[in-house]
Design a protein around this ligand. Structure first.
Ligand code: MFK
Length: 554
């Protein structure tokens, strides 16, 4: 029989992850880390063991919409895959949504929560999606101060008991478009003192959820986002029947196929107003900002998963007389993906840290501005990195990386969602311009200076100066074009956001490198070098007027 290659394998995903362990060692107080470690160890074990095995075994299973029962009743029941059912149970028991409400570690709680989410995400077929929306919905209800809805939904959303646990949908997208939410057509009407919704939702993620937050336009309100209002909906009535809504069909998507995304018709669906009867886009942005952090963490989790598999395979695969890991070009390719992953990792977890501080009231005005800006920055950066990193990692397997039955192809199809949902790269780049607002880049520039100011090792000084220059150049670009007609600013928004992402990620990597060098570990420093070599300033040497010539064909 001819020789057959060994497949890659995964170990405990917490114990194997040097980047996560060193980051937590730096970011968490010792007692918090000691208390959290058993949960991380449990999750790391599940993620690299049972959940991963089940994920591979169930590769061909998909959720199913059952619209009618045997007796002709419209039931619109979603049959989830077994892994999704298991993932829900694990998420509830481990408190993936409950943790921020329980806040056992004060401002460090978000770091703890997202470390668990990071371990969980790549082994659970995007069950992180309903969890993200539930976390965002819980935050939004709390921010609204609506006591009745808080008392009704929060005990479920934040329960650790799988039998009581609810997830929430976030129904925003309608047929006129996903990004320009202000075009939404769903109407809200007061009938006998109760709100009823009428309309069509075109991309309702995780449709098996028990509740949803959604936007609709109360009769008489003006067009645009300000005329929309935020509503709370329960998807089933007291008898468990669809609550005056129909699930028309499930979406036929490139990836995230285990996640049931639906087209819905709301036909007089009972709803509760969450806050005021207007300004719905502003109200739902609390939710969006939370799900965007989840998106960033899940994106880095996918990069890490693809890398872990590629690294395992490089240690096994024999080609041209040696293991791939011993081949200089292959090792260099893996190093490049690793460096990009580490930059993305530190940026995402820094946003998680800021969110935690904000929720415990420990942020200054400057840090609030930083959180507002870095949330879209991290989301757009990590979404792009995930697709590029996972694609490159798949290439490390040659043809096996292109195969469905290795489980590898699914990683790339799933990763492609990260730059698309929760705001595309361009929409988020424009949000960055909105977020810099009147304060400009001062809060970020100050934070980066502060981070770099703490570096002591002379090897970090040269890179530190480059990081500083990239931020200064982004600031100068913003000032130069802010007073113009907006065209140059808009055309350059993505390069501007990428410059902020790469320089902030590099500053955070430098802080980690300093910490790790003190433990005689040069790997974070190596990641910083490689990451910086990939470029920090995307605005440099770029003439938008010349680029604009490329748009028309004739
Ligand atoms: C692990 C994975 C996790 C993810 C799972 C999620 C799965 C769910 C799938 C989906 O549902 S995907 C659909 C997600 N849809 C989007 O993300 C929408 C993308 N579009 C945008 O974000 C647009 O920028 C936006 C809809 C917000 C633009 O709408 P408008 O009406 O043109 O906004 P406008 O007028 O600029 O802002 C209205 C108000 O909201 C302003 O405040 P004021 O009323 O006080 O002036 C803005 O400042 C505020 N605002 C907008 N975005 C904000 C925000 N405030 C804070 N943070 C933000 N991000």
């Amino acid at each position: 029989m001819s020789f057959i290659q060994n497949p890659p394998s995964l170990g405990n995903q917490f114990r194997d992850d040097r980047v996560l362990q060193q980051y937590l060692g730096r970011a968490l107080p010792d007692d918090v880390l000691a208390d959290l470690t058993p949960a991380l160890d449990r999750m790391g074990n599940l993620a690299g063991g049972e959940l991963y095995t089940q994920q591979l075994a169930e590769r061909l299973q998909e959720p199913r919409l059952v619209q009618w029962d045997a007796w002709g009743n419209r039931v619109d029941r979603i049959e989830l895959t077994p892994l999704w059912q298991r993932a829900e149970e694990v998420a509830a028991r481990e408190g993936l949504v409950a943790l921020p409400a329980e806040a056992p570690y004060g401002r460090h709680t978000r770091i703890a929560q997202f470390a668990l989410v990071y371990l969980y995400a790549a082994s659970t077929d995007l069950y992180a999606c309903p969890l993200a929306m539930s976390d965002g919905a819980a935050r939004t209800l709390l921010a609204s101060g609506n006591r009745i809805l808080i008392d009704r939904a929060l005990p479920h959303l934040t329960s650790r008991d799988p039998a009581r646990f609810w997830t929430s949908g976030q129904w925003m997208t309608e047929t006129p478009g996903g990004s320009d939410v202000g075009l939404s057509e769903t109407r809200a009407r007061l009938e006998n003192g109760a709100w009823r919704l009428q309309g069509r939702k075109w991309f309702a993620s995780a449709i098996a959820s028990q509740m949803a937050l959604t936007l609709a336009r109360p009769d008489g309100n003006p067009a645009g986002g300000r005329g929309l209002a935020l509503f709370y909906v329960e998807t089933r009535d007291a008898l468990g029947r669809p609550n005056r809504l129909t699930v028309d069909r499930l979406k036929d998507k490139l990836g995230t196929r285990k996640l049931p995304t639906a087209e819905l018709t709301l036909a007089g669906t009972p709803a509760e107003l969450v806050g005021e009867a207007a300004n719905g886009v502003r109200a739902i942005s609390t939710l969006l900002n939370v799900t965007r952090v989840w998106n960033s963490i899940a994106a880095v989790a996918y990069m890490r998963r693809a890398l872990a598999l590629a690294r395992s395979y490089a240690g096994l695969r024999l080609a041209f007389g040696a293991r791939l890991a011993q081949k200089p070009l292959h090792a260099d390719t893996l190093a490049g993906i690793q460096a990009e992953f580490e930059g993305a990792f530190h940026l995402s977890f820094f946003v998680a840290e800021l969110l935690g501080r904000s929720e415990t009231g420990e942020t200054s005005e400057q840090q609030e501005a930083l959180l507002r800006l870095l949330t879209p920055v991290a989301k757009l950066f990590t979404g792009k990195q995930a697709v590029a990193g996972v694609s490159e990692a798949l290439e490390c397997f040659g043809g096996a990386g292109y195969m469905e039955d290795t489980g590898l192809a699914m990683l790339l199809r799933d990763a492609q969602v990260f730059p698309i949902w929760e705001g595309t790269t361009n929409v988020l780049a424009l949000d960055c311009l909105r977020a810099v607002g009147p304060t400009g880049l001062a809060p970020l520039a100050r934070e980066v200076s502060y981070l770099l100011g703490a570096l002591k090792d002379t090897r970090l000084v040269a890179i530190s100066a480059r990081i500083q220059r990239a931020i200064e150049s982004a600031d100068a670009w913003l000032r130069k074009h802010a007073g113009g007609n907006g065209g140059v600013l808009e055309a350059g928004a993505r390069r501007f956001a990428m410059t902020l992402a790469r320089s902030t990620a590099a500053a955070l990597l430098a802080v980690q490198a300093q910490w790790s060098m003190q433990q005689n570990d040069l790997r974070a420093y190596a990641a910083l070098n490689r990451f910086a070599a990939g470029g920090l300033n995307a605005l440099e040497d770029f003439d938008p007027a010349v680029s604009a010539l490329l748009v028309t064909e004739r």
